[in-house]
Design a binder for this molecule. Structure first.
Ligand SMILES: [Zn+2]
Ligand SMILES: [Zn+2]
Length: 164
């Protein structure tokens, strides 16, 4: 992430000790805290480290954020967060990317590369274009709550401007 995008505004001051910084939003439904500056969600286990490493938040402020009443709605770890299902309305503050999705039920393979989805159909589903015809993969806009590569889990979203 470019350093210039780091939001250093401090909205946690003095008597407003139960107010979260403007760039931290608690998404109760998915039990995560979203950092809109970095486009990723965090849990109680890793939010403080993120604030320290990327926002240079001083320790007394980090402690106040961690004990904020809204943080009670945030999961302790990534695995305790709620994974949004496909078809969720786009979450503001998370990046949206276009991906190819395998059409087989029970298969959650998703990729941004047409070569990789072709390979996937060949290898995982023994799909031969010459025999079965065109590969019927889906294309969808997706998001992931967590940007860290080992925690990425993509779900298809309905773009905000397409919600009626
Ligand atoms: Zn951040
Ligand atoms: Zn598949």
């Amino acid at each position: 992430m470019p350093q210039s995008r780091i939001n250093t505004s401090l909205s946690v001051v003095g008597g407003e000790s139960d107010i979260l910084p403007s760039y931290v939003q608690v998404l109760r439904k998915w039990r995560v805290a979203l950092c809109t500056t970095h486009g990723s969600c965090y849990t109680r286990q890793n939010l403080a480290r993120h604030l320290f490493e990327k926002h240079r938040t001083p320790s007394d402020q980090r402690r106040r954020i961690e004990s904020n009443t809204q943080m009670h709605n945030v999961a302790a770890t990534n695995s305790d967060a709620v994974q949004p299902p496909d078809g969720t309305e786009e979450i503001h503050g998370l990046p949206t990317v276009l991906k190819y999705l395998c059409h087989f039920e029970q298969c959650d393979f998703r990729t941004t590369s047409t070569d990789r989805i072709r390979q996937h159909y060949n290898r995982q589903h023994q799909w031969q274009v010459s025999r079965q015809g065109a590969m019927p993969w889906h294309q969808a806009h997706v998001q992931t709550l967590f940007s860290q590569s080992q925690a990425q889990r993509y779900f298809a979203v309905v773009l905000a401007d397409q919600v009626h």
